[in-house]
Design a protein around this ligand. Structure first.
Ligand code: PAF
Length: 286
């Protein structure tokens, strides 16, 4: 596996691969790899000729109060894991390589980028959309792989790719969970043992609501109340939102009459967890 730090080197490497007729798969990450990341890399390895993983803790998507400084970083461990699953290129640029001095251009996805996580974390999706667009420009991928755990992020990126005519295919992949149901996340390491034990209420709430929907409950208010009641069983949990919205537009619903998604954002102390499940008449947690 090659470690590349500059855009010029990355371009040379992808151009050479393309010249040999290889497709390019990009897995954008911020590092601290877990099975969720590795599942994206394995899929890219399966589908593409050249697999590029970007590892960049993007300052533009962190708010002033957020955890940029304490975000987990371990390049050696991440590089070993990426090499193990057959990644060809680990692209780890410095901040000045991505945002040269005088940087002033941002992408703002109206609507989708402003609600839910966008409302709780102002500027977050502007930072995500901007860096992902830049990574698309730098790597020129045929396919780019994203986990469904960051469901709204996935929708924002899909919208941006359509609106700005990126030819890349955005490939969503399912949430990977710990054996007890907790969705894998780089932020799980911040949870105290007590909070970690209680954090399983998120996946329990998703499972229970999916089961109720599959059993025929269509009243979104009832289903949301059920999610809130389950989460309330965890004394340390503080719910930011537990909401059922249209799976594509993320518009609020009152009746479960189409494909929808239950989105959860719950704080345990200073750690904020998100999770979701898609709801269909016969849904179950995936
Ligand atoms: O999901 C992430 O890790 C980040 O938001 C992404 C997509 C790599 C952009 O920095």
């Amino acid at each position: 596996m090659e470690l590349i730090r500059t855009v010029a080197e990355l371009r040379a490497r992808t151009a050479a691969a393309r010249g040999r007729g290889l497709s390019i798969g990009l897995v954008p990450t911020m590092g601290a790899f877990h099975e969720g990341h590795l599942s994206l890399m394995r899929r890219a390895r399966n589908d593409d000729g050249l697999v590029v993983v970007s590892l960049f803790v993007n300052p533009a998507q962190f708010g002033r109060e957020e955890d940029l400084e304490r975000y987990p970083r371990d390049l050696e461990r991440d590089a070993a894991l990426a090499a193990e699953v057959g990644v060809d290129v680990l692209f780890t640029p410095e901040a000045h390589e991505v945002y040269p001095s005088g940087f002033a251009t941002y992408i703002h996805v109206e609507g989708l980028g402003e609600i839910l996580e966008g409302a709780s974390r102002p500027g977050h999706f502007r930072g995500v959309a901007t860096v992902v667009a830049k990574l698309f420009q730098m790597a020129g991928p045929d396919r780019a792989y994203f986990g469904q755990k960051d469901y709204q992020q996935l929708r924002v990126i899909q919208r941006m790719a359509i609106d700005l005519d990126f030819s890349v295919k955005v490939v969503p992949l399912p949430i990977v969970r710990e054996p007890d149901g907790l969705a894998m996340s780089s932020r799980n390491v911040y949870l105290s043992p007590e909070a970690r034990a209680q954090a399983t209420v998120l996946s329990r709430a998703l499972r229970e609501v999916a089961a109720a929907a599959a059993a025929g409950e269509r009243d979104v208010g009832v289903l949301e109340a059920q999610a809130l009641a389950t989460i309330a069983n965890a004394p340390l949990a503080r719910t930011d939102y537990a909401t059922i919205v249209d799976a594509k537009t993320l518009a609020p619903l009152t009746l479960l009459d189409r494909e929808a998604v239950l989105l959860l954002a719950v704080r345990f102390g200073s750690t904020r967890l998100i999770d979701n499940t898609v709801l269909t008449p016969h849904s179950s947690i995936r």
